[in-house]
Design a protein around this ligand. Structure first.
Ligand code: NCD
Ligand code: ZN
Ligand code: ZN
Length: 348
């Protein structure tokens, strides 16, 4: 059994860092493990212009632990009124890495999202020409569609026509959760990839209801049946370069989660790499972890892999507790109170 593994430093291609005190509380966990991260723009109000992305980037950089080489890669939130020229200028100037499509009301802080993808066709055409990647929360928002089917229906009704219509657009299906999503990505044209979270590899929908309602297992897209979790495990360990690491770490204070209408999102950053390592070890595929965590993402985005390395080490016991937030409610960390059996160390 392998007990240590040194790999090129991973990046996290899907992160919510929030702002203010929450940003200061959660950023160190991401910066400790990852070289770069794609920063989601669903702040309140959302990050919709290049100027806002530049200002948010500065707030992130100033909240970093001194000397940290972590690089935030910024995204803009698409709305019905998005100005494509501003995005393209921001991308050209290196401020904006990608844009994010939230179908309106699909998830946390998405009420300014796009009401109908047809409305942004002219914008997507320009992004395609300018080589700006499109990142997608892939769920339909029609309340008549069962919550467990919203990803699969999105693939058929929105994503498939979109990737065909804009055949040169680089597209990431974020946090894929279904067998249909995996099959879609594997069969899609060049330039279509997907992120997979640690938690969707770990539990199925039963976890949300085990002995009572468990808000710390509630995120969107919601966890699906076991067959889907197994399909995700096969996808990430298959050797396909289409799948890459994106934790979807999405912190909310305990009170906001443990509520009559609890927020969607899990704070996974402190245990993300440990959890991926556990999954790959369980699948006897540790030799494929580096490609998933550190090589496939940069390749999808046309960036070099990181120069530094990290070492993952199997330990007998590592328990995480809540993350305090200055002046605010603490954040429950995914797997808090459980034994976690991998740690991450910087390597030379
Ligand atoms: N994943 C989640 O359940 N929540 C995310 C939003 C998102 O990524 O959909 C959040 O911002 O809290
Ligand atoms: Zn999402
Ligand atoms: Zn997210």
């Amino acid at each position: 059994m392998t007990d240590t593994l040194t790999i090129r430093q991973p990046d996290d291609w899907h992160v919510h860092l929030r702002d203010g005190e929450m940003l200061r509380a959660v950023l160190p966990a991401t910066a400790a493990h990852f070289g770069r991260a794609i920063i989601m723009p669903n702040l309140v109000p959302p990050v919709v212009t290049t100027a806002q992305a530049a200002a948010y980037r500065e707030r992130i950089l100033s909240a970093l632990p001194p000397g940290s080489p972590f690089q935030p890669l910024m995204t803009l939130y698409l709305t019905d009124d998005t100005d494509a020229d501003d995005i393209i200028a921001g991308h050209r100037d290196g401020v904006v890495t990608a844009v994010k499509l939230y179908p309106q009301n699909a998830t946390t802080n998405s009420h300014f999202g796009v009401s109908d993808v047809a409305r942004i066709h002219p914008v997507l055409e320009k992004l395609e020409k300018a080589g700006v990647p499109l990142l997608i929360h892939g769920e339909v928002t029609d309340q008549h569609v069962d919550i467990f089917d919203r990803e699969a229906v999105f693939l058929e009704t929105v994503l498939d026509p979109l990737v065909r219509r804009f055949a040169g657009l680089r597209v990431t299906l974020e946090h894929v959760t279904t067998r249909e999503g995996v099959d879609f990505v594997l069969a899609a044209r060049e330039g279509v990839g997907a992120t997979v979270t640690p938690h969707h590899l770990m539990f199925n929908r039963n976890a949300i209801f085990k002995g009572g309602i468990r808000p710390h297992y509630y995120c969107l897209p919601i966890a699906k049946r076991e067959e889907h979790r197994l399909a995700l495990r096969r996808a990430v360990t298959s050797g396909s370069s289409r799948f890459f690491l994106g934790t979807d770490t999405a912190p909310h204070g305990r009170e906001a989660k443990e509520s009559a209408c609890g927020c969607a999102g899990l704070y996974v950053a402190p245990v993300a790499l440990a959890t991926y390592a556990q999954v790959f070890a369980e699948e006897n595929a540790l030799d494929r972890l580096e490609a998933f965590a550190s090589l496939n993402g940069p390749r999808h985005y046309g960036l070099p892999a990181n120069d530094r390395f990290v070492t993952l080490r199997r330990v007998s016991r590592f328990v995480v507790e809540d993350q305090p937030v200055e002046g605010g409610d603490p954040v429950h960390i995914y797997r808090g109170g459980e034994n976690v059996d991998w740690t991450v160390e910087p390597a030379s």
